[in-house]
Design a protein around this ligand. Structure first.
Ligand code: AMP
Length: 599
């Protein structure tokens, strides 16, 4: 494996060629891009390139960087993958456009990432380019950890939720820790503390991120180099009134954190040095940083009901014995006992990437792990199937609609049940255009029991149809087949009781086949046709489930939504607002490969 890994910031560019062991075969660093001082360093030699942007640097340096290496892929770091990307994704025009759409969520990062992607794809058009997202590792956060407690409709409309960042690092070091301990990551509860200029901690429970300190943007959580971390939102409101929103934005991102507290900049080395000489602000900066860190470690342990491994990584985590020791103070109640000597002497590097710094009797293993985000990106870039027909990820999620038991009626039945000339009264519109829930409800009578208050859906149809779950069938005492909507031939009948009469149907009771409504445009995006049968994976809180035998229904008037009944929703612990992903034959989220014929 030889992979070029690109990590582009707004005015910087880092490019490394790595082999499968993480050995750097070439390295390019560019800084001050877009300014008169723009320059790059290629394997030691500095070239000044006034005014150069990402594209200009790559044009100038790419041939020298790549040399004779036969590259297998280019892995691009992309900070924000939003809801759309939960896996490394092969780049094409559509994926680029989706990353562009996410710019409002990461205005500092995604534009720079995209600039690098576009330039690199132009210069290396023949090899696959793969986007690896900082947010993707946290796609497993349960809903309760994703949500902010604000108005649900506002949050949905504006994509306000917690995403988490530093995913490649949390993934890499949690796995490296398990390997070092010769344990299966699926049996460990790990807290990873990525403490660099940006900082976040993550609860990795049995291999999956279940909580992390960063949120919708990389501003929440721990005290960072220049970012404030946790803050009462009231502070933002109060300061914005005084200073204006842009100034508050600048301040919280660029002159807060260690820099704001200490007044001497964001480099912890300087702050430690001055604190040791009695500088009060630097001492306070250290106290706030380590107090906040300890507080979050405790919270993450509480989320997992305990912790087996505590990992420190990145610039500060790997190098500051002081921060590590303060973070571990009074952690004995958790079973974490730091070995002071081992902590002081720990020095990780590529040759010795993991060092244990806990006492032998400590139940919680405390480790310093050298992170290698470039290697993780390179590895992830190689996990993506690179054939055109196997492009993974990047497809829209499919919203899930949960259908409670309901009734469709003919106009004739409406009149028999509610009186001559009665028209159904719309109560609220449904997701499919033209469909609505009605005010009217009926009692459904089966051989064993009856269910009252079953809602009617409008408009009226050519045939009566009652859709119930398997649980309802048992309750009513009747066996209904799984059928597509409208296919009621030879199904059991029931009696319906309304305020003006009752109707005994000879057929019409079905358990609806799960299905996806979509437009022809959606079908083109998913690569499916009407009546295809596909698999849809649901990620939920501890009850992930793949629904097979999902019928695709394509019509211009439909809106994209998968419909399942209440039993199916309960089986996967699905709540309102959930979504699923169409999956391919290997179980990877992505474009459809498996497409069964309609039976
Ligand atoms: P990163 O973003 O992972 O490169 O981390 C950068 C930060 O690590 C710097 O801003 C320093 O504050 C910190 N750092 C690096 N080396 C040391 C060290 N030897 N002691 C304390 N902090 C360090």
């Amino acid at each position: 494996m030889k992979v070029l890994v690109l990590n582009c910031g707004s005015s910087s560019l880092k490019a490394d060629i790595l082999d499968e062991n993480g050995v750097r075969l070439g390295s390019l660093r560019a800084e001050r891009l877009g300014s008169d001082d723009a320059r790059y360093r290629l394997d030691g030699a500095v070239t000044e390139l006034p005014g150069a942007d990402h594209g200009a640097v790559l044009a100038h340096a790419m041939a020298g960087l790549v040399g004779d290496h036969q590259l297998d892929a280019v892995g691009h770091r992309v900070v924000h993958g939003g809801e759309a990307f939960s896996a490394p994704t092969r780049l094409d025009a559509q994926v680029e456009a989706a990353i562009e759409e996410l710019i409002p969520l990461a205005p500092l990062h995604n534009p720079a990432n995209l600039a690098g992607i576009r330039a690199a794809r132009e210069f290396l058009p023949a090899i696959p380019h793969v986007a690896v997202f900082d947010t993707a590792f946290h796609a497993t956060l349960p809903h309760r950890a994703q949500a902010y407690a604000i108005d649900h409709d506002v949050a949905s409309a504006h994509g306000v939720r917690r995403y988490g960042f530093h995913g490649t690092s949390h993934a890499f070091v949690s796995r490296a820790a398990a390997e070092f301990l010769d344990e299966d990551p699926r049996e460990l509860r790990v807290i990873t503390c990525h403490l660099g200029n940006g900082a976040s901690a993550c609860a990795v429970e049995y291999g999956r991120s279940v909580e992390t300190t960063m949120g919708m943007t990389p501003l929440e959580g721990l005290v960072m180099g220049t970012r404030c971390g946790d803050l009462d939102p009231g502070v933002v409101i109060a300061l914005a009134r005084e200073l204006g929103l842009d100034e508050v934005d600048r301040m919280l991102n660029r002159s807060s954190g260690l820099a704001g507290l200490s007044g001497v900049g964001n480099d912890l080395r300087d702050i430690e040095e001055r604190a040791s000489k009695g500088d009060e602000r630097c001492r306070m900066a250290l106290h706030v940083l380590t107090h906040r860190l300890r507080k979050h470690i405790g919270a993450l342990a509480a989320v997992m009901g305990g912790v087996d491994v505590l990992v420190f990584t990145a610039g500060i985590g790997e190098n500051s014995a002081l921060v590590r020791s303060r973070a571990c103070q009074r952690m004995e109640f958790l079973g974490a006992r730091l070995d002071r000597d081992a902590n002081r002497d720990a020095k990780v590097d590529r040759a010795t990437p993991v060092i244990e710094i806990s006492e032998p009797r400590s139940r919680v293993k405390i480790l310093v792990v050298a992170t290698d985000e470039e290697l993780e990106i390179a590895r992830q870039a190689c996990t993506v199937g690179l054939g055109q027909d196997q492009i993974a990820g990047g497809l829209p999620s499919i919203p899930i609609g949960i259908s409670a038991r309901h009734i469709h009626l003919t106009q004739e039945s409406v009149e028999a049940l509610f009186g001559p000339g009665h028209q159904l009264t719309p109560r609220n519109p449904l997701s499919q255009p033209g469909q609505f829930a009605c005010e009217e409800r009926l009692t459904v009578v089966g051989p064993k029991r009856r269910i009252e208050g079953v809602r009617i859906l409008g408009p009226v149809r050519p045939a009566n149809q009652i859709e119930v779950s398997r649980t309802d069938e048992f309750f009513l005492g009747v066996d209904a087949p799984v059928r597509n909507s409208g296919d009621v031939k030879n199904t059991p009948g029931v009696t319906l009781i309304g305020p003006a009469g009752q109707v005994t149907l000879s057929e019409g009771l079905i358990c609806a086949r799960r299905h996806i409504h979509m437009t022809p445009e959606d079908a083109a995006v998913f690569g499916v046709e009407d009546k295809d049968v596909v698999d849809v994976a649901i990620h939920s809180e501890g009850r992930d489930l793949v629904f097979g035998d999902v019928l695709v229904r394509v019509k211009a008037s439909y809106a994209l939504e998968m419909h399942i009944d209440t039993d199916e929703a309960n089986a996967a612990e699905i709540k309102r607002g959930a979504s699923g992903k169409m999956i391919d034959a290997t179980g990877r989220v992505g474009r459809l490969v498996r497409r069964k014929a309609w039976r």
